[in-house]
Design a protein around this ligand. Structure first.
Ligand code: B3K
Ligand code: ZN
Length: 866
């Protein structure tokens, strides 16, 4: 297969200004008619080439005249018309089979309803089209279907609807905003609707509708609330008002990823929309809030201004993640949100950056763009924007955003043009900054400090180096903002001077390979708090000693760094033990410090919950070379056990004292208390000497909401044995008719680190409730096992890898996008011990050598081996 390259970009040869689509919806034979106003773009004589895949062509006509076979060719991928006029009406009719579309890309059926997913290249499976984001068209859509499909929805405003003869209905929609076809959406089916209204900043009333499975409307209330908060927030934070009179969201059960920002008609995975206290956890509520906001924010960053080509994906994704993270921080607290965002970044993006699938935030070539919806594009893309804001300041950042909206509204553009807006607004040269988009890999920053007591000066020396990544053997220095503050040995904030000004905190921009900076007016021996708020997506190695980290853990006013200090200490202790040199004294000292942090009355419960959780096993594996997941698991468990024993009274007190007695509220404060209580229980479960199984079973039995039920079941899983089996049986019986809850039942078994878990997971693929065609169910079992159960996935026998590869090959036959997403877990094979690495590699080789592989899986598996 031939890769697509950014350098080969050429403007579209033909544009479609306007289109009328007519859908005659039938599960196995849907007819799609398209009437397009087409225009040659520029002075050239090229043939018209429109994409089209899995379409059964019925007819093609130009200006009312049907084309004969000689006048157009249709192969599996294109409709080609060699001698097209310069401006004309193109009419096509095709037939498609939504019911048998198990790739869930294009028009398909989920739960007996029609729905679409067109990003990135699904529209070509609906009709012939120049399927690229720089062709913007005005859409009018007529949908006809049997009356049983009561709601017929598409983008924009409803123009007309009514009954047709033969028990059928129709609806006509018009979207006044020109858009690329990837933002097209259609839904047809029996649905319930939750309705509300919002008055915008200019006093317009917008109708809000969330469509869900019959009977589920009450479970959309939280999403509706989040939607209204997002709309108002975007007005306040970015001056962006919603533009249509109607905004709709539809929830579907079979969906390849989270949600999709189709203009005026977002389509969501039901797992990211439906929630009530009985069936959803606080984490679900939190994710719903952030994804609802994310998709809504795309209306301006994605829909009104879109990408010129798919290499610019981060233009909309990184920016929109940055916007949703800012929203969540305002809703739930900045420090806690920042810690969660950085944890996610490290777990997914840092791992990607250290493996064969590393790529820049703006890649320069791909086989299947579906494979580039990655943590690098999304999460690192957001970090880059955050750094930009730190570097130019909030006012220039806002001015740059305003300029971007003003200049590019209604267009498809590039990352260069986006950055140009900030250069102009700030008067700064951002040429060097652009390297953050083009260079892959996580920079390592080292910090050495020397205090000169006589001169009251602190000399800091910073260096940076980025390890090579595939295709980029040498790296250049990047501009890295490092936010620094000082404490004294007693943990008090210590002011200092930089360039003669007295300050508490400063941003040092490391823009060369190394830099030396002197801070003056430092009266007492300092403890350096560097990279505050995680001011850049780098790995920081400082010469700080454990005693400095204890000072930071006890009292850094920057809560991110307070948490980070605890993580660093824990990481060092666990790795030392995993490498066979346990530091028992250090472990005790750490347990004591955690105990003190827990009793800090000023700290929020949500923050303490984060403090209590040790670095995850995948996170630890990134820091160990070669990584030995079994040893990491044992060492981490040993530290958990020490904490559990040392802190048993505090943990029991927290567990009893934080019990929710009042009514459930999904807000940050309530969620924080539940998080801390469940974290306490999770840690208690590591104490082999206590009666903890009873406590956990009691916690589970008394749970009045899903957060606590899952907290109990999770603790029972960690304890294992009969109490866990009983919990599982009870849970299944209680929730077997609730698919989203049963996903959790599969996932908790997939995370079980005990010896028998792999056998259980394999057995579960034959469970009547397991359905590999439903992406949520598949992810709950297979992806959870491969990504969140390292001790069992990396079983020395290789059976875990074999299981994953079997699943990938089976799923690839009908859903290549989902199959490809599972490859990640094998991608890091070079980081593991030679024995494990060889077994992982062998499975990747088995995958690539399989015949009939999709491009998606082939691309990732072969890159993983390269
Ligand atoms: N833009 C979509 C992602 C589409 C993924 C296509 N493979 C959701 C989002 O990022 O908001
Ligand atoms: Zn997005």
């Amino acid at each position: 297969p031939q890769p697509i390259r950014l350098a080969d970009y050429r403007p579209p040869a033909f544009l479609v200004d306007e289109v009328n689509l007519t859908f005659d919806l039938q599960p196995n034979a849907t007819r799609v008619k398209a009437r397009m106003q087409v225009r040659r773009n520029g002075d050239h004589a090229e043939a018209l080439r429109f994409n089209g895949e899995r379409l059964k062509p019925i007819s093609v006509a130009i200006d009312g005249r049907t084309l004969g076979e000689a006048e157009r060719t249709i192969d599996g991928e294109f409709l080609v018309i060699p001698d097209a006029p310069d401006a004309f009406v193109l009419e096509t009719e095709v037939e498609i089979d939504p019911e048998n579309n198990k790739a869930l890309d294009g028009l398909y059926m989920s739960g007996g309803r029609f729905c679409t997913q067109c990003e990135a290249e699904g529209f070509r499976k609906i009709t012939f089209w120049p399927d690229r984001p720089d062709v913007l068209s005005r859409f009018t859509v007529r949908i006809e279907a049997d009356k049983a499909f009561r709601h017929l929805l598409s983008n924009g405003n409803l123009v007309q609807s009514g009954d047709l003869p033969g028990g059928r209905r129709f609806a006509v929609w018009n979207d006044p905003f020109p858009k690329p076809c990837y933002l097209f959406a259609l839904v047809g089916g029996e649905l319930d609707v939750l309705e509300d209204k919002l008055v915008t900043m200019t006093g317009r009333t917008v109708d809000l509708r969330i469509y869900v499975d019959p009977g589920m409307a009450p479970r959309a209330a939280y999403a509706m609330d989040a939607l209204k908060r997002s709309m108002t927030w975007d007005e306040e934070a970015f001056g962006r008002e919603y533009d249509l009179d109607l905004f709709m969201i539809v929830a579907v059960r079979d969906f390849n990823f989270g949600a999709m920002e189709n203009k005026g008609l977002n389509i969501f995975n039901s797992s990211l929309l439906l929630a009530d206290p009985a069936t959803a956890t606080d984490m679900d509520f939190e994710r719903i809030e952030s994804v609802v906001a994310h998709e809504y924010f795309h209306n301006w960053t994605g829909d009104r201004i879109t990408c010129r080509d798919w290499f610019q994906l981060c233009l909309k994704e990184g920016l929109t993640v940055f916007r949703d993270q800012s929203f969540s921080a305002d809703m739930r607290g900045h420090a806690v949100q920042r810690i969660k965002d950085v944890k996610a970044l490290r777990a997914r993006q840092f791992a990607e950056d250290q493996g064969p699938l590393a790529h820049p935030v703006r890649p320069s070539s791909y086989l299947k763009i579906d494979n580039f919806y990655t943590a690098t594009i999304y999460e690192k893309g957001a970090e880059v924007i955050r750094m930009l804001k730190t570097l130019i300041g909030p006012d220039a950042f806002r001015a740059g955003m305003d300029l971007y909206f003003e200049r590019w509204d209604g267009h498809a553009t590039t990352v260069e043009e986006f950055i140009r807006c900030f250069a102009e607004a700030s008067g700064r040269d951002l040429t060097d900054f652009f390297a953050w988009y083009e260079q892959a890999g996580t920079p390592k920053v080292t910090l050495a400090s020397r205090y000169d007591e006589a001169a009251r000066a602190l000399h800091l020396e910073l260096t940076q180096a980025t390890p090579p990544t595939p295709g980029q053997p040498t790296k250049r220095p990047l501009p890295i903002p490092v936010t620094v503050g000082l404490l004294d040995q007693d943990g008090r904030t210590q002011a200092f001077e930089r360039d003669g000004k007295a300050i508490d905190e400063t941003v040092i921009v490391l823009d060369g390979a190394s830099a030396k900076i002197t801070l003056t007016g430092v009266d007492r021996p300092p403890v350096v708090s560097a990279l505050r708020g995680f001011s850049a997506p780098v790995r920081l190695e400082s010469d700080a000693e454990p005693k400095d980290r204890y000072v930071l853990l006890a009292g850094d006013p920057d809560l991110f760094n307070r948490w980070e200090a605890g993580q660093e200490l824990a990481r060092a202790l666990i790795l030392a033990r995993a490498e066979g040199r346990p530091d028992e004294v250090g472990e005790e000292r750490y347990a004591e410090a955690v105990g003190r942090a827990l009793s800090d009355q000023a700290a929020e419960p949500a923050f303490k919950a984060l403090l209590l959780a040790l670095p995850s096993e995948p996170d630890l594996a990134l820091a160990m070379r070669p990584a030995d997941p079994g040893a990491i698991h044992e060492a981490r468990e040993a530290l958990r056990e020490r904490l559990a024993v040392h802190l048993q009274h505090e943990l029991r007190r927290l567990h009893t004292g934080l019990q929710d007695l009042g009514e459930f509220s999904p807000d940050a404060a309530g969620a924080g208390r539940r998080a801390l209580r469940n974290a306490a229980l999770e840690l208690l479960a590591a104490n082999p000497r206590s009666e903890i199984a009873e406590v956990a079973a009691g916690h589970y039995a008394a749970a009045a909401n899903m957060t606590d039920a899952m907290g109990g079941l999770n603790a029972l899983m960690l304890i294992g044995g009969e109490p866990f089996e009983q919990g599982l049986t009870d849970f299944y019986e209680r929730w077997k008719s609730e698919p989203l809850v049963i996903d959790k039942w599969f996932a908790v078994q997939a995370r079980d680190p005990s010896e028998t878990a792999l056998g259980r997971v394999i057995g579960l693929t034959a469970h009547p409730a397991f359905d590999a065609k439903n992406p949520n169910r598949l992810r709950a079992l297979v992806s959870t096992f491969a990504n969140f159960n390292p001790a069992r996935f990396h079983d020395p026998s290789g059976a875990g890898y074999r299981f994953l590869a079997d699943q990938i090959l089976a799923v690839d036959r009908y859903n290549p996008m989902i199959a490809a997403r599972l490859i990640d877990a094998l991608g890091g094979w070079r980081r593991y011990t030679p024995e494990l690495g060889a077994l992982m590699k062998a499975e990747l080789q088995r995958i690539v050598s399989t015949e009939g592989l999709s491009k998606n899986v082939f691309e990732l598996a072969s890159r993983a081996l390269a």
